[in-house]
Design a protein around this ligand. Structure first.
Ligand SMILES: C[S@@+](CC[C@H](N)C(=O)[O-])C[C@H]1O[C@@H](n2cnc3c(N)ncnc32)[C@H](O)[C@@H]1O
Length: 280
């Protein structure tokens, strides 16, 4: 596997994913009972900005860094995300590190909640163990798809699964869908959040069509494209498929998307949406 998230950390797609992730965890935290968080593809958790990989990729500059330099961020999901990025990764007024999903999630969770963080690459696991020492979390060096069988259902009744694969393999969407269906079978009331890329190849449309065909209700889609969907050659946009999302989270997220689009749109022909793919 060649994928190294450090090249992409903090880019627009990471921003979208983390804004949605924190919103989901904040909603879960509104009820007193403990919840469980499973991150199937956790990465290393912490991406120092001055590392060679992050500097070479440099994608954070048009993502999180641009947002940190923006005045008048509206109150809501983006300001909450930036608050956590500042508390974890900003020293003085300088962004020194980009927090990944495990660190952001733990910052949004309460003492009573628990997390399982899965990562397959030994190098990333080592870095994750160094960046996280938190009695609420368990780090597993393992295949994240298998974790949907092995770790679900959790003892807590409520919770969230984040599935954030690298999409290097040609059959990633098929593998993902199969694993997701198993996860949903084992934990039908869990919230599942799947990140997906929007590229000219359009694998995500086929994936979404197939998900609609499963008969599973309550599927919400949140998408941010910074270029036309069919621009050749790269990542034009990113989406999150949310299954069983908390009540009214669509209304909470909806105003944030056009705002993010205005800040991050690359060629002025991007788009955003928060819409029910399959309603209740
Ligand atoms: C997109 S990155 C994760 C980023 C992280 N979720 C975040 O938001 O900060 C995908 C990660 O999945 C890891 N990975 C690849 N295949 C995996 C698998 N089958 N199971 C678990 N982790 C895997 C990669 O090493 C990489 O670190």
């Amino acid at each position: 596997m060649n994928y190294r998230h450090a090249y992409h950390a903090g880019n627009f797609a990471d921003v979208l994913k983390h804004v949605v992730l924190i919103a989901l965890l904040d909603y879960l935290g509104r009820k007193p009972s403990p919840f469980f968080y499973l991150d199937t593809h956790a990465g290393r958790g912490w991406y120092p900005v001055d590392s060679a990989e992050t500097q070479r990729g440099g994608e954070y500059r048009a993502g999180v860094l641009r947002l940190l330099g923006t005045d008048a961020v509206p109150l809501g999901p983006v300001s909450r995300y930036l608050e956590l990025v500042r508390s974890l990764g900003v020293e003085g007024d300088k962004l020194v590190a980009i927090p990944g999903s495990p660190l952001l999630a733990l910052a949004a969770m309460r003492d009573c909640d628990e997390a399982s963080l899965c990562e397959l690459e030994s190098r990333e696991v080592l870095a994750l163990r160094r960046s996280i020492r938190d009695s609420r979390s368990h780090i597993h060096e393992r295949d994240g798809y298998g974790a949907l069988t092995a770790l679900l259902p959790p003892k807590q009744k409520r919770g969230l699964v984040l599935i954030d694969p690298p999409y290097e393999a040609a059959d990633e969407f098929e593998k993902l869908k199969a694993a997701l269906l198993v996860g949903l079978q084992r934990w039908p009331t869990g919230i599942f959040a799947v990140w997906y890329p929007i590229t000219q190849e359009d694998g995500c449309s086929r994936f979404l069509e197939r998900m609609a065909g499963t008969g599973i209700r309550k599927q919400l889609v949140v998408e941010l494209c910074i270029q036309r969907d069919d621009s050749p050659g790269g990542l034009n946009g990113a989406g999150m498929l949310l299954i069983n999302p908390p009540w009214q989270i669509d209304e909470y997220l909806a105003p944030a998307l056009p705002w993010l689009l205005r800040q991050l749109n690359a060629d002025g022909r991007g788009r955003s949406r928060v819409s029910w793919h399959v309603p209740e």
